[in-house]
Design a protein around this ligand. Sequence first.
Ligand code: NAD
Length: 728
Amino acid sequence: MTTAIHTELDADGILTLTIDVPGQSMNVITPEVQADLTAAIERLKTDDAVKGAVLTSGKASGFMAGADLKGMGALMGGGKLPEGKSRMAALFDAVFGLNRLLRDLETCGKPVAAAVNGLALGGGLEFVLACHYRVIADNPKITLGLPEIMVGLFPGAGGTQRLPRLMGVQAALMYLLQGKNMSPQEALGFGVAQEVAPLAEIVARAKAWVKANPNGGVQPWDAKNFKMPGGPATALNPNFAQMFVGGNAMTHVNAGDNMNAPRAILSAVYEGVQVPMDLAIRIESKYFAKVVADPQAGNMIRSLFVSKQAAEKGARRPKDVPPAPTKKVAMLGAGLMGAGIAMVSAQAGIEVVLLDTTQEAAEKGKQYTADRLAKKKTPADKAQAILDRIKPTTDYADLAGCDLVIEAVFETREIKAKVTQATEAVLGPDVIFGSNTSTLPITGLAEAWSKPENFIGIHFFSPVEKMPLVEIIVGKKTGAAAIAKALDYVAQIRKTPIVVNDSRGFYTSRCFGTYVQEGLALLGEGTVPALIENVGKQMGMPVGPLAVNDEVGLDLSYKVAQQTKKDLGDAYKGGPGETVIEKMNEIGRFGRKNAKGFYVYPEGGAKKYLWPDLVQTVAGGLADTQPDAAEVKERLLYRQLVECARCMGEGVLETPQDGDLGAIFGWGFAPFTGGPFSAMDTIGIANVVATLDRLAQRHGERFAPPQYLRDMAAKGESFYGLAAKKAA
Ligand code: NAD
């Protein structure tokens, strides 16, 4: 006997169904929940003593967070399905079960009300929508929504059918396609909720409605006189058709036609709302099965949900090191990065000593936090408490008592060595020292700290307070205590960590750089700049390669290339786009910072546009033969893929999970792929190698697949397959 839903019958014959999934801090839909609900529905149908039901949650954390996504993984990527049926038919059965169950609930013949005490997301909200009456607690922080699209899925338990029938097709599409949440008051306005009441009263109010409405067990859409909000749902209604023109356009703009789920949602809503509910939920499940059958959703769920959560919970943390939370951090350098790191640390309750060469610079670093808190309209007392934790200084003696150091001074080896030694003189070498360098190998920098096992890379992204990723870099001598300390700190500031080994550019800067460089190479060959930029965005990158380079600064790209050339000597291999950068620097076009780069940035904030003289200046004019969009996409994509594969082959990366998370959250690599390693596995390693060989022959060595990838192809292996074998 399972007890995921507790039942209690009161004197009025109202059965309270309290969902309280054992062993979980938040309710999720498990097989036990479904079994208990099935039994409860049977009782509602057959027991005359039961007049109706109230569905509520036994968890203070909320009502229900939806499907167990880890469990969903079993359905995907060739998970075990019943024998003797086609894969699609078996998938349909697997996903239709819950849909059918909720339909049984709403057609059980007796009134059922939901009493929603906290968040109801995804399948959680779908449970609520299948009830005939909905009372939500009056806490504005409660979120109600169907966010499945964020992980490449869509609501498959009636959500695409009930939401439009409650709030109208147009409003429902906004919520379904954007995964947007609503507050209880918004839900009330849209007719998604009928009452918003104090938390202590929701169950009583729900019961009162059930008691007063013995015939209330019929959904509006099952009543004869049902009218679709916003007008009839038929292709003959021009307004109805028009909504889908808008929906299609919005989907195209947002997802560049790369994602399956938005298209499936549009189809399920369009077809489903025109037919009765029993057929509508079958249509929904058909599209849901199609989405589940494609590797896209599985890849997205694995990276955006499973791997992300695992990383945040310490998947890469050395197990035998005791917890090492940071109480007081020494922040060396109060520039752009130091100021941001000080802010997120202070927000996490950590004391910060913010050191720079002048008091003015240190104070300016603290002001960064004050400005951002003011912009966010943080309440004065809360903002003051955060600011009180930041102590700006120029005096190394003030670092006393710090249990972690983070360095973000100028990107110069000598300056970094100087501040490292000055810090050690005060704190001693047992404290963990983290450098936020973006390019200098950690192993070399560690020489300035007398215990290199306590030296590590803690690489943030700009702007620190917004970017979710932190790349932890393990130097040759870095020890387990330093890795644990760095990961515990990243958990404190609530960011997502990846752990990589030392190498020039580490993982993220190195691989992201290839996207930009390939864009430059295409430009140098005389390719139409708008083609390069548009294809970059179309393939799912947040911005085109030329636009990114303008943001970073073309002068900085030039300096990094010069420094690398100096460091590597004969081993340096300049990319084909290098002359483009040299030329732009020669003529003083540095990017957004001086309002002229690959783009022109008009005064007064008007929209930037590509510099009309660009191709003529850097390539002597447009090439006679232009590549087509598919060719440009292939080059921009495979140049990144091959570099990622090299990072794995060279041991910079140890797991494909780190690689996928770092790519998506560090440089915005097309999230719908699940990351470069998921993408390569899905394409098939042998196919990746064949494409790289072809590209290398045509465009040069930079595309040549590493031996590691060839060996994988020969053995028929995949990145995640190998990782699973290693973990077993
Ligand atoms: P920045 O120029 O804005 O800030 C550097 C700060 O260090 C300045 O305030 C400077 O006064 C201070 N400083 C210089 N020498 C010092 C010394 N001897 N003692 C104390 N303070 C000193 O630079 P930034 O963009 O904040 O970058 C800092 C570090 O972070 C660099 O190593 C950079 O490579 C790295 N990084 C930058 C980014 C980025 O996007 N800007 C991203 C990741 C990592």
